[in-house]
Design a protein around this ligand. Structure first.
Ligand code: ADP
Ligand code: ASP
Ligand code: MG
Length: 416
């Protein structure tokens, strides 16, 4: 007997029929003698619907009230799932995050989990109940409801698994695992049987939304065995088969020996580029440009400063597209005159494409192969950034899918 956490995403919870299927699957695991905690997301489309409602009333919604509203989607899910389980003869109880409680900081819309009290959950489990906990939300020290950022139910599930020292966290979703790239963009994408924790961290941070980045961080910090698998299979399929399906996030590199140098390609459409032209090339310039950006709580991603010509240089960086207008405002109001820059230009129609693989550490020539592939497709590279296990390029957004497909082919990712 083991304690296992199941997480079900929005599509998996998308209708009462799907919820009944989730209940059948969960009941099957419980019947096998396991203690089960389930963390569902809101029904698909619900969080978007709630946020849109808020914006109809208040274009820049008050963050506290937005979290109060957005958290309700998950409350609907847990109650319906509990009823579905009770209907098939299981004892089940649902909790909102604050009832557990799952404590977070007070950063509304992007709160971080600080602690999870396991007492109440353990008592229910010991009494034979299936426990269902809302994903995506928690409560701060003052008792305000907070949410964890889009896709945050993944993080709730892995954090609950860590707090309960669960044997495994199973992330059920609408694809049957982690693929070499988003299978909705490249139909030849191949499912990975395992992916290393480090690679998954890069893929998630570079835009693969299959797992929220913070869930991967939790899995790594607490060594939670985490598997991504399909919720759309027959819920009554043999448990042993289901338990080994999907993609396991592995913490050991050697399971990996014969794997390809590149394991996956991630992309992010949500990028914007800003260039400050004609900046005097002297100490402190990067700080004077990016300091006010950081003070405005805007995260900067890629950065380039060019070689100066006659004492002047250009400074380019990227931000999330949603923060572009705010960043331009900060630069125009409090940076441009102050540092004597020529002008500030920007482009919101850019995307980032990244190739990721731990094998890059021991192989040379990956960057040149990537650049050759893009050049053969006539795609211009605007910015480049690298780490030990990834290379990212910024390109015109209209070539993003072409770039992903060409790179997938060039690195033979469709072949095992
Ligand atoms: P859920 O609602 O279950 O949390 P998400 O929509 O958040 O599901 O995440 C699953 C989706 O992630 C898939 O439908 C797929 O389109 C997308 N995705 C992006 N990159 C990958 C990848 N490398 N492997 C698998 N799925 C990916
Ligand atoms: N329902 C939330 C969202 O849509 C959380 C999640 O799905 O993980 O972002
Ligand atoms: Mg998700």
């Amino acid at each position: 007997m083991a304690l296992i956490v199941h997480k079900y995403g929005g599509t998996s919870m998308g209708s009462t029929e799907r919820i009944k299927n989730v209940a059948r699957r969960v009941a099957k695991w419980h019947d096998a003698g396991h203690q089960i905690v389930v963390v569902p997301s809101a029904m698909s489309g619900e969080t978007n619907r709630l946020i849109a409602l808020a914006k109809e009333i208040m274009p820049q919604p008050d963050p506290r009230e937005l979290d109060m509203l957005a958290s309700t989607g998950e409350q609907v899910s847990v109650a319906l799932l509990s009823m579905a389980l009770q209907t098939i003869g299981k004892q089940a109880v649902s909790y909102a995050g604050w009832q557990v409680p799952i404590k977070t900081d007070s950063a509304y819309t992007k709160a971080r989990i600080q602690s999870i009290d396991d007492a109440r959950v353990r008592k229910d489990l010991a009494a034979g109940r299936i426990v269902i906990i809302t994903g995506f939300q928690g409560v701060d020290e003052e008792g305000n409801i907070t949410t964890l950022g889009r896709g945050g139910s993944d993080t709730s599930a892995v954090a609950v698994a860590a707090a309960l020292k669960a044997q495994e966290c199973l992330i059920y979703t609408d694809v049957d695992g982690v693929y070499t790239t988003d299978p909705r963009v490249v139909s030849e994408a191949r499912r990975l049987r395992t992916v290393t924790f480090e690679e998954m961290l890069e893929l998630a941070s570079l835009g693969s939304k299959v797992l929220q980045i913070r869930s991967v961080e939790f899995a790594g910090n607490y060594k939670v065995p985490t598997r991504v698998l399909s919720s759309l299979t027959d819920p009554l399929m043999p448990l042993e088969e289901e338990a080994t399906s999907g993609t396991l996030i592995s913490f050991e590199e050697d399971t990996h020996m014969e794997q390809a140098v590149i394991s996956g390609i991630a992309f992010n459409r949500d990028e914007a580029k800003i260039t400050v032209l004609g900046v005097p090339d002297k100490p402190g310039i990067a700080y004077q440009i990016l300091g006010p950006i950081a003070d405005a709580n805007i995260e900067v991603d890629m950065i380039i400063q060019n070689q100066s010509v006659e004492g002047k240089t250009d400074f380019t960086f990227t931000v999330a597209r949603g923060e572009y207008a705010k960043a331009m405002d900060v630069l125009n109001k409090s940076v441009k005159e102050h540092i004597g820059a020529g002008s500030i230009v920007g482009d919101t129609k850019v995307s980032k494409v990244s190739v990721v693989g731990v094998g890059m550490r021991s192989h040379v020539g990956i960057a040149s192969q990537m650049f050759r592939t893009l050049s053969e497709e006539g795609i211009n590279i605007q910015m480049i950034s690298t780490s030990e296990i990834k290379i990212s390029v910024l390109i015109d957004e209209k070539y993003m899918e072409l770039a992903v497909r060409a790179l997938h082919k060039a690195f033979d990712l469709e072949k095992a």
